[in-house]
Design a protein. Structure first.
Length: 269
């Protein structure tokens, strides 16, 4: 399977992206807050293997946020960037999968640029500030400011994955912390601040495309009630809740990719 990476110029900065898959239709993937630690650059091959079912049906692009994030940059600003780079690449219409913070950006993109989106999937995300996201993101910010990356990764693992997954994989935390610690957390801080300030609740009614909201009942990073609330406010929307999974259900739940594929190419919406 052909894969590629690229960097686009956008105003006075750049944006990294990857491409894989061979389908006639286009799927745009927007990643979560982990993009604040590392962009998608260099991840085309592993992503093509993880999402190989989607790659057989779509030409898939995954985009990072811009590389130089000014203070106060919002998820709406990020959505405007996303629309600009899609047009620069000649993407006139695409399906969009936004995960966690990527889903926040995707909400604004769908409301502001309806002509760009065919179908929309919002996975483990939210549309407004709430206690759970404030608690989890502020904890991560605090640990990052202390420079305690091992504790930072441990908190991520605990809040994002199921207890069973955490118990099985916590032994790898020291190595994971060593390999993932960034030279600077400034990019993470900028995106974390945008997460905390995100509020698109009044714009959800403007999302015109068929939409699927996916949530996890055991999400300890975000309030799962946010998924239900979004599904009620988006006009043409279906909702799927995973009862046994949390925030990282897109990695843990074996049926996640098939659920997304069924919505995008099947009869739903």
């Amino acid at each position: 399977m052909a894969t590629s990476s690229g960097t686009l110029s956008i105003r006075n900065t750049t944006m990294d992206y990857i491409r894989f898959g061979s389908g006639e239709k286009t799927l745009v993937m927007l990643p979560g807050l982990g993009d604040g630690l590392r962009t998608v650059k260099g991840t085309a091959l592993p992503m093509s293997l993880i999402y190989r079912k989607l790659a057989t049906k779509f030409t898939v692009y995954a985009f990072s946020r811009i590389n130089d994030l000014p203070e106060g940059y919002s998820t709406l600003d990020m959505a405007k960037d996303q629309g600009e780079v899609m047009r620069a690449l000649g993407i006139q219409k695409a399906n969009v999968l936004g995960v966690s913070m990527g889903g926040m950006v995707a909400q604004h993109l769908a409301a502001e640029e309806p002509a760009l989106i065919d179908k929309l999937v919002l996975a483990v995300t939210s549309a407004e500030p709430h206690h759970a996201i404030n608690e989890s993101v502020n904890e991560w910010i605090s640990l990052a400011r202390r420079g305690d990356h091992a504790a930072f990764m441990d908190s991520n693992l605990k809040r994002m994955y199921t207890e069973q997954y955490y118990r099985r994989n916590k032994w790898i935390l020291p190595l994971s912390a060593l390999l993932t610690k960034p030279k600077s957390y400034e990019r993470f801080f900028a995106q974390a601040s945008a997460c905390l300030a995100h509020n698109s609740i009044r714009d959800l009614c403007r999302i015109e495309c068929p939409t699927l909201v996916i949530g996890g009942e055991k999400d300890r990073a975000l309030d799962p009630e946010q998924s239900r609330k979004m599904a009620e406010l988006i006009p043409h929307c279906s909702l799927i809740m995973y009862p046994d999974y949390g925030h990282a259900l897109y990695e843990e739940a074996s049926g996640f990719e098939s659920t997304v594929l069924d919505f995008l190419i099947g009869g739903r919406g």
